[in-house]
Design a protein around this ligand. Structure first.
Ligand code: XMP
Length: 509
C-alpha cells in the first residue's frame, strides 16, 4: 500500500511543475517532484517507471541552463520532456533549438496531431493547447518522429518521440487546464506508455496506514506531536483506530512561537489524540548554552528530543514510536543517499528495541495536506505554515541562544505576524521567518548609544519548498514593521532578506 511513487518529475525551474503532479494525482497517480540535484540523490535508491522533465524559465543555451541528472537521463526509463524539457532532450540528441521569433508562442495555440505516438491515444487530431516559449525545436535528429505540428505556425514541431531512447516531448504544457486533453496525455504517458498503475487514493492510503499499524492490538504508540500538518495528519489517521493505545507527546523546549502551545492543543483535539506536553525549556537552554553552530544546535535538539521521547515511551509502555517524517526530511538529512543539507531531528534516531513507524515518509507536503483535507481537518491544519522542529532555536543566530533572546525573537515574530495579518496588499506568503541576528551593531536611541541585535524579516512564496521566491513587502508595511520592532530597546536594526532559494534556504540555519 505505502509504496514509493512511480513517477519522477524533475523540476527544471518552471512555475508550472507542481501542476504536473497535481494533474497526475487527479488521475490517480502519485509522483515525486525534485530539483535536478535532489533527483540525482533520489535515483541512487529508487527506480521510477516514468520520468517527466518540466519546463523552465531558462533557455537551453543559457550558461546556467538547468541540467537533468545523467543517472535519470541514462536510466533507460521512458522520459517525457515538457517545453524546456523537450528542447533539452532534442538538443541532447543533436537537434537544433533556437530563439526564433517566428515560432514564439505565449498563451493559446493549436496543434495538429500527425502521429498518435502512444501519447495522443484517445485525443482529437486537432487540439487547443497552452504554450509559453521563446525557444523552439527547429530540427530533430534521425530516429525522432514528429508527432504534432503547429496549426498557425507553418507546421513547426510541437511534439516528438525518439523510439530507441523512449523519449517523448511536447512543446506545449499538458499540465495546464487550458490544454484540451492535457490530463489524458499525461495519463497516456504514465499509464499507457510506462505501465504505472493508479496509486493515489487518499481514502485507501488512510485505510492502509490504519490497517498496517492500528489493527494489531499489541501495538501501543507514542507519536511525536508538534501540531504541524504532518504530525496532526498522522494523529488524525491513527487516533480513531487506536484510541487509548496512542499518545501524542509535544516537547516544549522554549523554542515555540507565541500562542503555539494553544494551537498544538487545538490541533490535538481536532485529530482526536490524547496529548501530553513536556516542559523542557531549562534542559534545552542549558545544553545549548555557548553553542552557535547550526548543525551542532540541530544535533543537541535531536539528542534531547530522543531522550525525552524515550522517557515518554517508557512511561506509556509503548511498543512503537510514530513520527510524521516526510520524504523531504529524509532527502535533506541525506538518509536517502546523497548530500546532507541539514539534519532533521526526526530522521536517523536510534530507538534501540522500539519499533519506529514513519508511515508518511514516502509522501510530500502537498500530499499530506491533501490527506489532512480528506480527513476533514480544520483549515489551520491543512494550510499550516511549516515550522522546523528546532523552531526558534534556528531563528536566533550569530551568538548563543539565551532565554532573553528567545523571548525577543518570539515577541518580534508575533508583532510582524500581527502587522501582516492586518495589512492590505501583502503578496501571498508561504512561510514567514522572523529571526534574531545576534551580531551587535551600534545605534542611537533617545540620547544614548544602543548596541544590540537586528531582527531579520524573511517571507517566501513557494509551492514545494525546494525553490522559493522572496516576498517583497509594500513600503508602508516595511516601515510599520521597522518602526514597531525598533521601539523595543533591544532591537537596533531591522533587515529584510529578499534572497530567493536557491541560493539562500528558507531558514537561516
Ligand atoms: P529550507 O530552510 O531548507 O527549509 O528552505 C525548507 C522547509 O523545511 C523546513 N525545515 C524543517 N522542518 N525540521 C522540520 O521539520 C527541520 O529541522 C527543518 N529545517 C527546515 C523549513 O522551515 C521550510 O519549511
Amino acid at each position: 500500500m505505502l509504496t514509493e511513487p512511480n513517477v519522477l518529475i524533475v523540476d527544471l525551474g518552471s512555475q508550472l511543475t507542481l501542476l504536473i503532479a497535481r494533474s497526475l494525482r487527479e488521475s490517480g497517480y502519485r509522483s515525486v517532484v525534485l530539483s535536478p540535484s535532489k533527483a540525482d540523490m533520489w535515483m541512487e535508491r529508487h527506480q521510477p517507471k516514468a520520468v517527466i522533465l518540466s519546463g523552465s524559465g531558462h533557455g537551453v543555451h543559457d550558461v546556467d541552463a538547468p541540467q537533468p541528472p545523467s543517472n535519470v537521463i541514462d536510466a533507460g526509463i521512458p522520459i517525457l520532456g515538457i517545453c524546456y524539457g523537450m528542447q533539452w532532450l532534442m538538443k541532447h540528441l543533436g537537434g537544433e533549438v533556437a530563439n526564433d521569433h517566428e515560432h514564439v508562442e505565449y498563451g493559446p495555440a493549436g496543434i495538429n496531431i500527425v502521429d498518435d505516438g502512444g501519447l495522443f491515444s484517445l485525443i482529437w487530431k486537432t487540439q487547443r493547447v497552452w504554450a509559453s516559449h521563446g525557444d523552439s525545436v527547429l530540427t530533430v535528429q534521425e530516429g525522432t518522429d514528429i508527432l504534432a505540428t503547429a496549426i498557425d505556425n507553418d507546421g513547426s514541431i510541437r511534439a516528438v518521440r525518439h523510439n530507441e531512447r523512449k523519449w517523448w516531448g511536447v512543446q506545449f504544457h499538458p499540465e495546464v487546464p487550458h490544454t484540451d486533453g492535457g490530463a489524458v496525455m499525461l495519463e497516456n504517458f504514465v499509464h499507457g506508455i510506462c505501465g504505472c498503475e493508479p496509486d493515489w487514493e487518499p481514502a485507501d492510503i488512510v485505510a492502509g496506514i490504519r490497517s498496517e499499524i492500528a489493527s494489531d492490538p499489541e501495538v501501543r504508540a507514542v507519536l511525536g506531536f508538534s501540531g504541524g500538518v504532518d504530525s496532526t495528519t498522522m494523529a488524525a489517521i491513527l487516533a480513531p483506530a487506536m484510541g487509548d493505545r496512542l499518545l501524542g507527546v509535544c516537547i516544549d523546549g522554549g523554542h515555540l512561537r507565541e500562542g503555539e502551545l494553544e494551537e498544538v492543543r487545538r490541533h490535538a483535539d481536532a485529530a482526536g489524540i490524547k496529548l501530553e506536553i513536556i516542559d523542557a525549556e531549562e534542559e534545552f537552554l542549558e545544553a545549548l548554552s555557548g553553542v552557535t553552530d547550526a548543525e551542532e544546535k540541530r544535533h543537541i535538539f535531536k539528542r534531547i528530543y530522543l531522550r525525552l521521547l524515550k522517557e515518554a515511551v517508557a512511561k506509556f509502555g509503548a511498543t512503537h514510536v510514530v513520527q510524521g517524517t516526510l520524504a523531504t526530511d529524509e532527502i535533506e538529512s541525506g538518509a536517502t543517499g546523497g548530500h546532507l543539507i541539514k539534519s532533521h531531528h526526526n530522521v536517523g534516531l536510534d530507538w534501540e528495541h522500539l519499533g519506529e513507524l514513519k508511515p508518511l515518509s514516502p509522501f510530500f507536503k502537498y500530499e499530506v495536506r491533501a490527506l489532512a483535507a480528506e480527513l476533514a481537518m480544520p483549515e489551520s491544519v491543512v494550510h499550516r505554515e511549516p515550522f522546523p522542529g528546532p523552531g526558534l532555536f534556528l531563528r536566533c543566530f550569530g551568538d548563543e541562544i539565551t532565554a532573553d533572546r528567545l523571548e525577543l525573537v518570539r515577541w518580534a515574530d508575533h508583532q510582524v505576524r500581527e502587522i501582516i495579518r492586518k495589512a492590505r496588499d501583502v503578496p501571498e506568503i508561504s512561510q514567514l521567518v522572523i529571526a534574531l541576528c545576534c551580531v551587535h551593531t551600534t545605534g542611537v536611541k533617545g540620547d544614548g548609544r544602543a548596541y544590540g541585535p537586528a531582527v531579520v524579516v524573511r517571507a517566501v512564496h513557494t509551492t514545494d519548498f525546494m525553490t522559493a521566491e522572496a516576498v517583497e513587502f509594500p513600503r508602508e508595511v516595511r516601515r510599520l514593521i521597522t518602526g514597531t520592532l525598533t521601539r523595543n530597546h533591544g532591537v537596533v536594526r531591522v533587515w529584510f532578506d529578499e534572497v530567493p532559494k536557491p541560493p539562500a534556504t528558507t531558514e537561516f540555519e
